[in-house]
Design a protein around this ligand. Sequence first.
Ligand code: ZN
Length: 336
Amino acid sequence: MIIDCHGHYTTAPKQHEGWRAQQVAAFDGKSAVPPRPAISDDEIRDSIVGAQLKLQKERGTDVTIFSPRAAGMSHHLGDAKISEQWARACNDLIHRVCTLFPENFVGVCMLPQSPGVSPANCTAELERCVKELGFIGCNLNPDPSGGYWKDPPMTDRFWYPIYEKMVELDVPAMVHVSMSCNPNFHTTGGHYINGDTTAFMQFITAELFKDFPTLRFIIPHGGGAVPYHWGRYRGIAQDLKKPLLKDFLLKNVYFDTCVYHQPGINLLSQVIPTDNILFASEMVGAVRGVDPETGFNYDDTKRYIDKLAIPAADKQKIFEGNAHKVFPRLAKALKK
Ligand SMILES: [Zn+2]
């Protein structure tokens, strides 16, 4: 089975994000938030069949671990209450997709984060999504300000309430920023990769996993700049008198394969142990085009793994085995 651990619902029916615009406008105008619009099962089916599901079939993948559109989380808008309403609406919609297509999608939730607000406000929604909706993980935004990095580093005790809940529920988080509202950082090209790299560097400087030995993070987009600069990070860790990175962080930190060219995947596979790599594409939407050098879509990432010169057993770990290790609730979610 080929499990794509990173997909977002970027093709949701228009009224979903239409309501979001109304919700934020109501907050800004201090008026009442309008009721949620109706979205029919057929509209959800139509939004999936011609998009995610079509691409799964064409590209030969089986299951997508599916979460709300990442840039759309926009935790910087409104306040914690607005984020709570929005997270609930987005997560409920993911649940409907997973219910309509139980063999193809398993849910991961967004959290109702808000800049400057303790992530303790996210534990109830995480618990609801895992226990009531059958979700298997969450996306955790290290920068709810949207590019201004106003909250403490991810290793600060500020974040501990959500880590305690993740450990209790035995679910991982993908470290995933949302929209950049800082014009210096392009959302998917700058801010996303910054977020990935920054989170890993934060983990090096602290002792987070001493406090939470079973806490697990996936750093998406191939780990940002981390694998390419692995020597730098090993050297910085050494200067800080930390253990070898493989012993210090790699029981808790994993990387996905959303790197959109063969040399990048080759490097990821050479540098990062196979046990720490999870297959992913981040389709649909981060990069939509066809690579003229290959004739295939940039985000058709299975092709790159297929071409890796590694044993079949290692490919199986990347495609399936590691996902089960990182998401212990996956097997049960697939059996429903
Ligand atoms: Zn993503």
